[in-house]
Design a protein around this ligand. Structure first.
Ligand code: NAP
Length: 471
């Protein structure tokens, strides 16, 4: 439990509404991981009380605030000064305490947050032709980023064309260059004539179309459009794969959601308040927590652990208690029409890990109340570890090297042990994998001296305790 004392610093969020915000996950996770004596709290503030809320927050000693809808524009007039990016966009999402000015300085971390997100995915905008779909608050930050990052031509398309035109005019004037053009959403077809066949678009999806629960909505449904898209960023992060992203991927392009943008805008605000730099490793840890907050685990049981740790045997016992049983290696062998060894021999390990990721995504969509026994290398990919936790409660069956060796030494079907020194290889692999298993799991069980029946019973006990807690 978090310790609050007279020295605890307070940061927070103001908006209307704030009930569903994920920002506390970002900031309180960072406070916990860095052992900072600081807490982050959402405050519901209506427009009529915005000014009083900000002056009151200063008097209460609040260190910093995030600002969300509908206050991002109004708050620009209530700050001691504006950072140049916030001024250029005309919106503030972060307030940083300014003792000299007796108030708060306004920043916009949405734009640098998105830039950090796309950069981390290896995307650059210089010289690209960009389409922005939507012209609301978020689209403004995207428009500024595209101008600043030297995109060649930027089309901004919106249902209400006047709003797109206002953003284009503002950006062209601000940067003194006519690189941005506005059009209505339906005019996307005209763009095909302007773009040579070989040069495809980078598209930012900034409308609210496709946001959960309206998962099937998209601003444009025409596949001819998506054939022209090489990279598509949807600012929406729930669902994890929007209709827009599905279209982009099925036309052969790369697609990303807005979760990293959310992460990095929060991290940049945190860095401003605490005058620190957050490492990429820490950022990944917080990303995992955000992902889990959006995608809670379903009622499956997922067994992970080294080869020979007993996952299949324990799975078979759990099956007798009403769970269906899926072995991911069997599942993959069936879907690929080859044994695991043949997949490794024909396509290599990287391909196999790719198939594992695809398998997990399928199982998340289709599986309930099942025990999923996984291949030993399944959690090695960070994405897989995340997907496993979405699939169900992850149990790490932990067995020592000697136990493993005794169980697998006569088994010739294990591709990773086809070498001169299989025992040494087990040692090496376990050193590498143990911390990954521990990190991926929700719970672990030492298995050397426990029978498979005892392991299964313990899992069922804990699981029923959890179910009761939730009832
Ligand atoms: P906003 O200011 O309310 O703008 C909404 C946009 O969606 C407008 O362009 C609006 O067009 C368009 N739109 C709404 N319904 C439409 C429909 N039926 N057909 C066509 N267009 C429609 O919202 P915002 O703050 O810009 O946010 C936009 C999206 O980005 C939201 O889904 C939000 O969740 C997401 N977002 C993500 C992050 C992140 O960190 N990842 C940050 C900010 C926002 P009109 O102008 O014609 O109404």
């Amino acid at each position: 439990m978090m310790k609050i004392d007279g020295k605890t610093r307070v940061c927070g969020l103001i908006g209307d509404p704030v009930e569903h915000t994920l920002s506390p996950v970002i900031h309180n996770s960072l406070n916990e991981l860095l052992s900072y004596n600081s807490v982050y709290v959402p405050f519901h503030v209506e427009s009529s009380g915005l000014h009083e809320a900000i002056t009151g927050a200063y008097e209460l000693g609040i260190q910093g605030l995030n600002v969300t809808v509908p206050h991002k524009n109004a708050v620009c007039h209530m700050v001691t000064s504006l950072d140049p990016i916030a001024e250029g966009i005309g919106a503030v999402n972060t307030l940083v305490r300014d003792e000299e000015g007796h108030g708060y300085k306004g920043y916009n971390t949405d734009m640098p947050g998105l830039l950090r997100a796309i950069t981390s995915d290896g995307i650059t905008l210089a010289g690209e032709t960009v389409i922005i779909l939507g012209a609301g608050g978020a689209a403004k930050a995207v428009a500024y980023m595209c101008m600043k990052e030297q995109a060649d031509t930027i089309y901004i398309l919106n249902r209400t064309v006047e709003k797109a035109a206002a953003i284009a005019d503002h950006m062209n004037t601000l940067f003194g260059e006519n690189r941005m053009q506005a059009a209505s959403l339906e005019e996307y077809r005209n763009l095909f004539c302007e773009q040579p066949d070989t040069k495809k678009y980078v598209v930012f999806q900034c409308t609210s179309m496709g946001l959960c629960p309206r998962n099937d909505a998209a601003a444009i449904h025409d596949m001819d459009f998506y054939q022209q898209v090489k990279v598509g960023f949807d600012l929406i992060y729930n669902p994890a794969e929007t209709r827009f992203m599905k279209y982009v991927r099925s036309a052969g392009g790369q697609a990303y959601n807005g979760l990293k943008m959310l992460l990095y805008q929060g991290i940049i605000a945190y860095e401003l308040w605490n005058e620190c730099m957050i490492s990429e490793e820490l950022a990944e840890e917080v990303y995992d927590r955000l992902y889990e907050a959006i995608h809670p685990a379903s009622d499956n049981l997922v067994l992970i652990g080294f080869m020979g740790s007993g996952k299949t045997t324990v799975g078979q016992i759990l099956k007798k208690h009403g769970y269906s049983l899926i072995d991911t290696d069997d599942y993959i062998e069936q879907s690929e029409g080859m044994t695991i060894k043949e997949i490794f021999d024909t396509h290599g390990e990287a391909y196999f890990r790719e198939v594992e990721t695809r398998t997990l995504k399928e199982l998340i969509e289709t599986t309930h109340h099942a025990v999923i026994s996984t291949g030993g290398g399944m959690p090695l990919r960070r994405e897989n570890a995340r997907l496993l936790r979405e699939l169900g409660t992850v149990w790490y069956l932990r067995a020592g090297e000697e136990t493993i060796w005794n169980r697998v030494k006569k088994d010739t079907s294990r591709p990773l042990l086809q070498c001169e020194d299989p025992k040494g290889r087990i040692h090496e692999l376990m050193q590498e994998r143990e911390p990954i298993y521990k990190k991926a799991a929700r719970a672990e069980l030492k298995c050397d001296d426990r029978s498979p029946e005892a392991i299964a019973e313990r899992i069922l006990q804990v699981q029923s305790g959890r179910a009761e807690q939730h009832n």
